[in-house]
Design a protein around this ligand. Sequence first.
Ligand code: HEM
Length: 123
Amino acid sequence: MSPEVYKLVHVAGILMVFMSLGGLALHAINGGTKDSNGGRRLTTMTYGIGLFLILLGGFGWLGAAGMMSAGMPGWTWAKLGIWMAVGALLALPTVKPELSRLVWIVAPLLGVLGAWIARAKPF
Ligand code: HEM
């Protein structure tokens, strides 16, 4: 598959993850709980599939664009760290609803950092 296809897969995953995170955070900000969230299954499934697509698209892109020839580039480790942090944010609105507003601010910042790292490849 061409890098362009993997790019679309990567971006689709990013959209799914951040959309779900926003939904979960807003639900918690509005005083909602795990039990009162009628869309919980939908959001957690979208989140999980999105996280998987980010990895599939990211590593597929690296491979298809020939960027893995000398092993994993340094900047991809940082992106993996961001991926894990974004994945961990899933539980926060449910476990610590008082931090949901923080999640609302931190999530897009992590997204921008991920985009910047991919463009600038600083290490
Ligand atoms: C939540 C985590 C992540 C976010 C938000 C994210 C975001 C992005 C965005 C927005 C771009 C497009 C940059 C541009 O072309 O302007 C991009 C590119 C890319 N990302 Fe990610 N990414 C994440 C995780 C990962 C992971 C885990 C990998 C795996 C290695 C990865 C590999 C790549 C690659 C290879 C590119 C293309 C770089 C290039 O054009 O040379 N990303 N990412």
